[in-house]
Design a protein around this ligand. Structure first.
Ligand code: SF4
Length: 278
């Protein structure tokens, strides 16, 4: 078997192995629930149908293993954990409304960027006090949520408080953070990791730095976002990149697709010139 074929097969086997681990965990939970008489076979059959539906939704998901934790989706707690078990329970109930699987707290309205799509910039209200947010975290814990996401504004703009919130929440929840990367640094990320944060969502809206910076109205936003992704991966966070789709990006992707099509259709094509309205 050639080296390149081996290189292709290895990641697939890894994915298969992680899927199997997750399936085993879920099967064990179902059997355990029957054995403990927490669920009857009809209930389990209902849960299995839901779990099959979930697996078909997640069939193309990328499984990631970090320090023995398996992550399958940015909005699903890691496995194995009591938080993942809680999601299984939430998705197995037969009554409506379904229980939510995650909560989100905007800890600040402050942000060094000024994105055109921002949902916060028209909010004049000052930030909630630390006491109010710690109280909200306690409420979220007592309501049995499995996952809490910190957002803003830019949460790094209120870093010391953020650390305290993450430390408190991570005792009872899986915790994640939305950030533009502006205000993040390796040292800050390390402190968040030590406080218990498991994952980050970093915004990157365009592959061209100047376009991303223009959309974010910040001269270093692209570089900071890329640095944050690299540092967070090095520190062992589960990292997702989120993208606010803009006209710029749609046009860019359309151009790439057209270019790809033309290159495949007409071999040897060297120059493509775009004319038309902006
Ligand atoms: S980074 Fe987020 S909070 Fe800041 S301006 Fe952009 S959308 Fe608003």
């Amino acid at each position: 078997m050639g080296e390149s074929m081996l290189a292709n097969i290895k990641p697939r086997l890894k994915q298969l192995g992680l899927k199997l681990k997750m399936s085993k965990f879920i099967a064990r939970e179902n059997i355990g629930a029957i054995a403990r008489r927490e669920a009857n076979p009809v209930h389990i059959a209902h849960a299995l149908r839901k779990q099959l539906l979930m697996s078909s939704i997640l069939r193309d998901a990328k499984y990631v293993e970090i320090d023995g934790k398996i992550f399958v989706d940015p909005f699903v707690p890691f496995m194995p954990s009591p938080y993942f078990r809680k999601v299984l329970e939430n998705n197995s109930v037969t009554s409506l409304p379904l229980k939510p699987n995650y909560a989100e707290i905007a800890i600040t309205n402050k942000c060094p960027c000024d994105c055109f799509h921002c949902h916060v910039k028209n909010t004049d209200e000052t930030d909630l006090s630390e006491t109010a947010i710690l109280g909200a975290i306690d409420d979220i814990v007592s309501e049995d949520f499995p996952l809490l996401i910190f957002a803003g504004g830019e949460p790094m703009s209120r870093f010391n408080s953020l650390l305290r919130f993450v430390r408190r929440a991570s005792r009872d929840l899986d915790t994640r953070l939305f950030t533009s990367g502006v205000g993040a640094s390796y040292e800050r990320l390390r402190q968040l990791k030590d406080a218990g944060l498991s994952g980050l969502y970093v915004s990157i809206d365009h592959s061209t730095p100047s376009k991303h910076n223009e959309l974010r109205q910040h001269p270093n936003a692209f570089q900071r976002a890329c640095n944050t992704v690299a540092s967070a991966r090095e520190l062992g966070f589960y990292v997702s990149v989120v993208c606010c789709v803009s006209v710029f990006l749609v046009e860019f992707v359309a151009h790439c697709l057209l270019l790809d099509f033309l290159c495949q259709r007409f071999s040897g094509l060297e120059v493509v010139r775009y004319d038309g309205q902006q």
